[in-house]
Design a protein around this ligand. Sequence first.
Ligand code: GLV
Ligand code: MN
Ligand code: MN
Length: 409
Amino acid sequence: MLSDSVVEGPPPFTRLWAEIVGVGRDAGSGGYLRYGFGGAVRELERWFRGVATADGAHTVEADGNGNLFAWYGPPPERGDAVLLGSHFDSVPHGGGYDGPLGIVSALLAVRMLRESGREFRRPVGVVAFAEEEGSRFGVPCLGSRLLSGALDPDRAAGLVDRDGTTLAEAMGRRPAGARPELLSRIGVFVELHIEQGRALVDLAAPVGIASGIWPHGRWLLDFAGEANHAGTTRMADRRDPMLTYAFTVLAANKEARLRGAHATIGRVEVEPNATNAIPARVRGWLDARAADAATLEALVEAVRAKAADRAVRDGTTLDLVRESLSPPVEFDGGLVTAFRRVLADGVPVLPTAAGHDAGILAAHVPTAMLFVRNPTGVSHSPAESASDDDCAEGVRRLADLLTELAAAG
Ligand code: GLV
Ligand code: MN
Ligand code: MN
């Protein structure tokens, strides 16, 4: 196993992490406001370019879709590259580890190998994917979907954020879309990520390997009724979309529980949003996930049917629009087996219901993920956490995998 270089002061992970910990952090909540193509992410990207270049990257390549690749070793055009990395963006007031931990760990794993004097026999890249959370433009894994051709660049260009800014405006250009030549250069992708649950805590293991990702998606539920006076409109005369919405939230929770699945409505918009007016319109976003695609489909259909039935009774209307769908992912079995051997037996192998760029890339290249223990088990919240010791262990394990996959001699 590679070991950290001996330098006075805090260990390498602690030092590098400290350089970004304040970027985009909200002083009130302690969570992060790092949105795709926004100021905090731009600052992190500048930092990424600087660190990678100082560590010997010969190229930092922007792919025209918001994704940044730092390349080391043989020219990437040679193909069969080993790619590591994750994303910088966060959900609103999210944790600091979801995404950036994978990029910082990748930069450090590359640095460890270089400092050990090993050369790379294959091209090695570190990637920072754009807008993985979909918190700004609604489509998760936006950058990796564009790169791989899973998202049409014209559709993407017209996506609008909460302020009415289009993606094309935020990027300053229409996204490039599919880059098959770039994708074909990648021989393997490994994403290290904070665990978003408590499995590793319960197993007393600092790191684990992912087996796969549950299918999941996002649906916009658009309820319309009639705006009217809260004081003078008789209860029997109301067409209140808030009622249909409220019923649907409870129905989604029940239908998910019945199937051992997950359903969440975590974002809502109300018009006109006045205390003394019956709303004209309520829009809620359903996030649904299940162990298999058939269960997910049945769950969403059950929610739709219940909401539609309730809308008739409320005198409202419902429009249901799918905004994204991510099919089930099983990570590369050969890689999982090889990684278990390199990391030593006993490293847990876990499924997850969280989406990742690794899930998008898995349809095109052999892909695997490493998870680092999260003592709170909480994620998408400021309570997300990891100890520096576990993060340093994650870096060492990633460096071991990189040695196996890419080191010469
Ligand atoms: C990404 O974090 C997701 O929402 O699954
Ligand atoms: Mn996330
Ligand atoms: Mn993530």
